[in-house]
Design a protein around this ligand. Structure first.
Ligand code: ZN
Length: 384
């Protein structure tokens, strides 16, 4: 069925292209966009009057862990998050979840995943692992560079042993040879520099150390991106309790408890304030910032969808982004860097994964919470 969204402001994922525009959805895709002249609706078309509202591409969370938690996808889409990137899952669970995302439009779509902790010892084992992941549908590899330095967890060994630069380089190169991106977990400047030296395309977290010029130059060298995950940094350090409280205000019971809970695993030497400065400075230096939260059922202090709104709020209110820059980080920027060429931008021919909110989130990021309608593949999602 066709849908015509009329008279709304259109943020296409890059900029505001119209203050009173019109978008026609046909067969699950955006078929026509007019920034001025009204479009005439085809027969049997649902017409949505978007006066006073803003139409955006569906938001993307570039860092979640779905595991087997379908509810994460059901909840995320209620907040306008139409795609999530899974930063590692088990192969079997990914397959199971992927069947569901193909059959149902009332859940967020799932892109990619990396599976089981492999025991990589040499080039052959890396090639095997990446080939198996690729065959299972992965389009990126996630590397771990974690020595446990920032955490108070009782690791059996300190520092936790990390892979050699040579191994990490091989993982990156073999991923690239297979047409896959390489994204790395690192939490400190030291680990971040290691994986950037190995040639990764981007970081799955921002570092919690004070930013310095070496880091900026290392990001610039290969144009690497960063997914800040302020939501999980805040949970790890136990900071931002009041703002989690604000975003939990309409929740109840276990869900509220989960969002208000904290991991509290960051050593007192570190503060999320370093991360804010890191993210602001990298953004100012022209490094791509991709919105991601690390939301998962296992990680208190996060919640599907809600944490994306919280993350965007922190980009604006803590990292000095304009609301527009924050929204770009959750739409076109992710689509561009992860080669998701069918979404992330309101453009003729792309999937009709869209969000309509009242007010103007490009002026005030709080308006992203005023969701009126979410469409996935052109189908309006029933609001809970
Ligand atoms: Zn993660």
């Amino acid at each position: 069925m066709a849908t015509l969204i009329s008279n709304g402001r259109i943020f296409d994922g890059v900029s505001v292209i119209s203050e009173c525009g019109h978008v026609l959805i046909e067969s699950g895709r955006i078929s026509k966009i007019s920034s001025q002249q009204p479009l005439s609706p085809p027969a049997d078309c649902v017409v949505v009057d978007a006066t006073g509202c803003t139409l955006l591409p569906g938001l993307i969370d570039a860092h979640v862990h779905v595991f087997r938690d379908v509810q994460l996808l059901e909840t995320a889409i209620q907040y306008g998050v139409t795609t999530v990137l899974d930063m590692h899952n088990e192969r079997e669970w990914f397959k199971e979840i992927n069947v569901i995302t193909r059959q149902r439009n009332d859940v967020s779509d799932l892109e990619d995943r990396i599976s089981k902790w492999p025991n990589l010892t040499d080039k052959n084992s890396i090639e095997d692992c990446i080939a198996t992941n690729k065959a299972a549908g992965a389009t990126f590899t996630k590397l771990m560079q974690e020595d446990g330095h920032t955490m108070t967890l009782p690791f059996p060994e300190r520092p936790v042993p990390t892979p050699s630069l040579e191994m990490q380089k091989m993982v990156v190169d073999i991923s690239h040879e297979n047409g896959m991106l390489a994204v790395a977990h690192a939490l400190t400047n030291h680990s971040t520099l290691q994986v950037l030296r190995a040639g990764v395309d981007g970081l799955a977290h921002a570092s919690i150390d004070p930013i310095n010029d070496e880091i900026i130059q290392a990001f610039k060298k290969d144009n690497a991106f960063v997914i800040p995950t302020l939501a999980i940094h805040a949970s790890s350090s136990g900071e931002e309790q009041e703002t989690r409280d604000k975003f939990a205000s309409d929740l109840q019971g276990k869900e509220k408890e989960h969002l208000l809970g904290c991991l509290h695993i960051t050593s007192d030497k570190f503060s999320i304030k370093n991360v804010y400065e890191q993210v602001f400075t990298l953004k100012e230096a022209g490094i791509d910032i991709l919105c991601g939260t690390d939301t998962s059922i296992d990680l208190p202090g996060t919640r599907a969808g809600t944490s994306v709104h919280h993350e965007l709020w922190m980009y604006v209110n803590r990292c000095r982004f304009t609301p527009l820059e924050a929204l770009v980080s959750a739409t076109s920027k992710i689509a561009d860097r992860f080669n998701l060429s069918d979404r992330g931008i309101i453009q003729e021919g792309r999937l009709a994964d869209l969000v309509l909110v009242s007010g103007d989130p490009t002026e005030s990021i709080d308006a992203i919470g005023n969701i009126r309608t979410v469409w996935r593949n052109g189908e309006a999602v029933v609001r809970n």
